[in-house]
Design a protein around this ligand. Structure first.
Ligand SMILES: *Cc1c(COP(=O)(O)O)cnc(C)c1O
Length: 494
């Protein structure tokens, strides 16, 4: 086919269907090969800041580029700067991998390109979201009192939770009067543990609570919030003129995946009339496993909950699930319907724009629909269970090795550990050794792990949650870590 002719006959329109098919098939082949051969790539690229940008033209092309050329540039100029999140040896942070059904659903969502702001603007977009979110509620073992909605990220889900909590406690006066609404606006206080995710403080920045309005509650030696300290803080704050209004409990904290005692925190929130929000962004999906049900003990008493399928349920980023037991409060917080968005069905349907800050809404539910149906609930459970098994296996190797030690409990598949050879006793030297070890491991391009600080100590962190990660990858990772320690050790001893 002659592409010149095609573009001439189509000066004003979209890519012709024939061309779309041709490139579409090639693109699918490209993706399939990429995912099959992904282990050929280094997990993290070996490049310097600006390396990719410098290879790209400064100015946009005036005339049409062929699709072949664009795709060739992906291989030559873009892929060399990609960190391969889908790589089975990506064990840093909380890995989030995509999956075949998720990728295809994402494509379909772009093709349909519905905007689910109102029921009327695409009934299926709203109704499939209602259905899949309720499927997930059942899978997670949550009671029917939870109403759910899809947002992009956990940060945004938590923002909606805390905004709803803020409006409920101030009788919707923040919404009406704003920050300068006079002395009636109380000094609001939000509680979260020292190990809560930074998104909670960002929400405080956004909602006018301020970083100083967030009180960090100390954790015990297992990095779990100490409920008694929460009680004490609330009492003390009330005396000092604060208005305690919300507590955030985390199920699977970001550093160690520790689990706050949600049931005890719920007791306090009920007594003190605080909104309880549970952040289970990473680990929440594992509540599907009968043997992991315990992680949600007390969650049914929370006012709201966030779980991210885009973290550990093979869903291409982004897709965050938000559950709330008082959707009416969320609606009263955010609903504002201008004339041009009123519809005849307003009283008989849910218009999802009423339940959040965004008007336009992508058709994200398609991803859940495809993934849950393709793998089945059992298929998802088996994969998550395998990741937890692999995490426990790695933890057992750490525990058995005299030169390594585990630095936190491992309730899921994230292991906090460090090298600590018997000969080295100074904490500063152990820190240095582990910093060097991390750098050496990651610069091989064969494995990507990350770090955190626990009680001031530099700790390495390996997390298994990728759909392509098998036992052999975890074994190879462990071998590499030991080899790199030996290499460092030889240097150390000379
Ligand atoms: C990753 C994570 C978040 C932030 O998730 P985003 O979807 O990237 O906003 C929040 N809380 C916890 C516990 C997390 O692990």
């Amino acid at each position: 086919m002659n592409s010149n002719n095609k573009s001439k006959s189509n000066v004003f329109g979209d890519m012709p269907a024939e061309e779309f098919k041709e490139h579409g098939y090639k693109m699918i082949d490209w993706i399939a090969e990429y995912l099959t051969d992904i282990e050929k790539f280094p997990v993290i690229p070996d490049i310097k800041p600006g390396d990719i940008k410098n290879k790209l033209p400064k100015n946009p092309p005036r005339t049409s580029d062929s699709f072949e050329k664009i795709l060739a540039d992906i291989d030559e100029k873009i892929i060399p700067g990609v960190t391969h999140w889908n790589h089975p040896n990506f064990m840093a942070y909380f890995n989030s991998t995509s999956s075949g059904p998720g990728i295809l659903a994402e494509m379909l969502s772009a093709a349909l390109n519905t905007n689910g702001m109102l029921w009327k603007t695409s009934p299926s977009t709203t109704e499939l979201e209602r259905v899949t979110v309720d499927w997930m509620r059942q899978m997670l073992g949550l009671s029917e009192s939870f109403w759910g909605i899809i947002y992009d990220t956990a940060s945004v889900s938590s923002m909606h939770a805390i905004a709803a909590a803020r409006e409920e406690v101030t009788e919707y006066s923040f919404r009406q009067k704003g920050l300068s609404g006079g002395e009636k606006i109380p000094k609001l206080r939000l509680y979260a543990s020292e190990h809560a995710h930074s998104s909670i403080e960002k929400v405080a920045i956004l909602l006018g609570i301020g970083i100083d309005g967030v009180r960090k509650i100390p954790v015990d030696n297992e990095f779990k919030m100490i409920p008694e300290k929460l009680s004490e803080a609330i009492i003390e704050d009330r005396k000092n003129g604060w208005r305690p209004f919300c507590a955030v409990a985390t199920v699977g904290t970001t550093s160690t995946t520790s689990i706050d005692p949600v049931d005890k925190i719920a007791d306090i929130c009920e007594k003190e009339r605080l909104w309880l929000h549970v952040d289970a962004a990473h680990a929440g999906v594992t509540a599907m496993l009968p043997e992991m049900k315990y992680i949600f003990k007390g969650v049914d008493r929370a006012d709201s909950l966030v779980v991210n399928p885009h973290k550990w349920m093979f869903t291409p980023i982004d897709l965050s699930l938000f559950y709330i037991r008082k959707p009416d409060v969320l609606k009263r917080t955010f609903s504002l319907v201008p004339e041009y968005l009123k519809t005849a069905e307003d009283n008989s349907v849910e218009n999802l724009m009423d339940y959040g800050i965004q008007l336009g809404r992508r058709f994200r539910a398609l991803k859940l629909w495809f993934i849950i149906r393709y793998f089945g609930v059992n298929g998802i459970i088996e994969r998550l269970r395998e990741h937890i098994r692999l995490g426990q296996l790695f933890a057992s190797w750490i525990d058995k090795h005299p030169d390594f030690e585990r630095m936190a409990l491992t309730p899921f598949s994230t292991i906090c550990f460090r090298a600590h050879p018997a000969k080295i006793n100074s904490e500063a030297e152990i820190d240095k050794l582990n910093e060097n070890l991390l750098q050496r491991i990651n610069e091989t391009g064969k494995l990507f792990i990350s770090h955190t600080k626990l009680n001031g100590k530099h700790v390495l962190r390996l997390s298994v949650s990728g759909i392509r990660t098998e036992e052999r990858h975890v074994r190879e990772a462990w071998e590499l870590i030991q080899i790199k320690l030996k290499e460092l050790f030889m240097q150390f001893s000379c």
